[in-house]
Each structure stands twice: as C-alpha cells, then as structure tokens.
Ligand binder design. Structure first.
Ligand SMILES: C[S@@+](CC[C@H](N)C(=O)[O-])C[C@H]1O[C@@H](n2cnc3c(N)ncnc32)[C@H](O)[C@@H]1O
Length: 171
C-alpha cells in the first residue's frame, strides 16, 4: 500500500483504492490539523469544508478550537459514522455536519475555507471546480500536496509536513 501510495503521489496519477476511493484513509496528525487551520486563519465566522474528511478531525477541530462551523464529505460510510461519533464526543455536533458523498459531486460553494489531504492527481482534478465554484477570497489549504501551476500564496512546514495555502482569486 505504501509503495503504491508513494508512486501515485510522485506520478500524480489517479488510482482506485479499496471501495472505489480515490485516496486511502491516512489521518492528519493533530499538530498538522491545527497548523492547517492556523494557516487558513480560521475564525468563528468561517464555514470549513473538508473534502475526504476521514474521522472528521479537521472540521471538529475548527469547531472546537476556533469556534467555526463546518461540513465534511467522505465516500466511506465507516468514516462518516466515526466522524459523527467524534463530533458528539467533542461537544460540537450542533456546529458540524458529515455527509457520505463523493467529493467530486459535493456542493462546496458555501465554504469560506476548504481543507484537503488527498493526492496530487486528485487535487489537479478538483482545481477547476475550486476556482469556478468557490467564492473569491475562499482559502484552500492542502496537507502535503500542491496544485500544479496554481501557485500557493503561502507554504509552511508543520511536523515535517508541507502545508500550502491558496486564496481563490476574483473572476
Ligand atoms: C488521506 S485521508 C484524509 C482524512 C482527513 N481529511 C484528514 O486529513 O485526517 C483521505 C480521505 O478521503 C476519503 N476519500 C477518498 N476518495 C474519496 C472520494 N472520491 N470522495 C469522498 N471521500 C473520499 C477517504 O475515505 C479518506 O477518509
């Protein structure tokens, strides 16, 4: 699995993982989660969408640590179940929502911040939608992988991981 993931990452190719997933489940470490939210300067007025949310940790941290609201999409029903449980346990179930849905079909226009921990080929495929559907000024943060010729406005390193920030430009 690791070799396959690294090859996919290096080549930017798309690949089917178990259950038709485009990206395997690899959770972001908590310091990286906080780093992503800080890089996006998340505040209480923000609506954070995590595409491929896993156990919901990014959206839940946005609510718990930054008083934001948010939504996570994941194709794996097991992850959505875990995310809803974690939200309840964390006391933020009234501020976050988790939906079982393919991220390529997910509605994203209500976001003021979008978070990604996907793969280069998936970021590339998403890029046209991010640029055309998100409101100008929306912040997009990616753990590890960049967006090709859409250059980030800022990059930081947290816990040995590169984090990238883009701001959706005026159209
Ligand atoms: C690398 S994990 C990141 C999880 C979480 N965002 C984090 O940073 O901890 C990628 C997630 O994307 C989900 N995923 C993969 N392909 C997907 C797709 N086409 N639509 C929605 N979710 C998908 C996987 O189930 C997995 O939970």
């Amino acid at each position: 699995m690791l070799v396959s993931l690294l090859l996919t990452a290096l080549l930017g190719a798309s690949q089917d993982f178990d259950n038709g997933l485009d990206v395997p489940y690899v959770p972001s470490p908590s310091e990286v989660v906080t780093g992503m939210l800080k890089l996006a300067e998340v505040k209480s007025t923000d609506f954070v969408i995590d595409l491929g949310c896993g156990d919901g940790r990014i959206v839940i941290a946005a609510a718990k640590e930054f008083d934001a609201r948010g939504l996570g999409y994941d194709l794996d029903p097991e992850r959505i179940r875990e995310a809803r449980e974690l939200a309840t346990k964390s006391g933020v179930a009234d501020r976050v929502k988790f939906v079982e849905k393919n991220l390529f079909d997910a509605e994203i226009k209500q976001a003021s911040v979008v978070t990604l921990y996907l793969l280069p080929g998936v970021n590339q495929k998403l890029k046209p939608r991010l640029l055309s559907e998100l409101k100008p000024g929306t912040r997009v943060v990616s753990h590890s992988f960049d967006m090709g010729d859409w250059k980030p406005v800022k990059q930081v390193e947290v816990g040995g991981r590169k984090l990238h920030l883009w701001i959706v430009p005026q159209r």
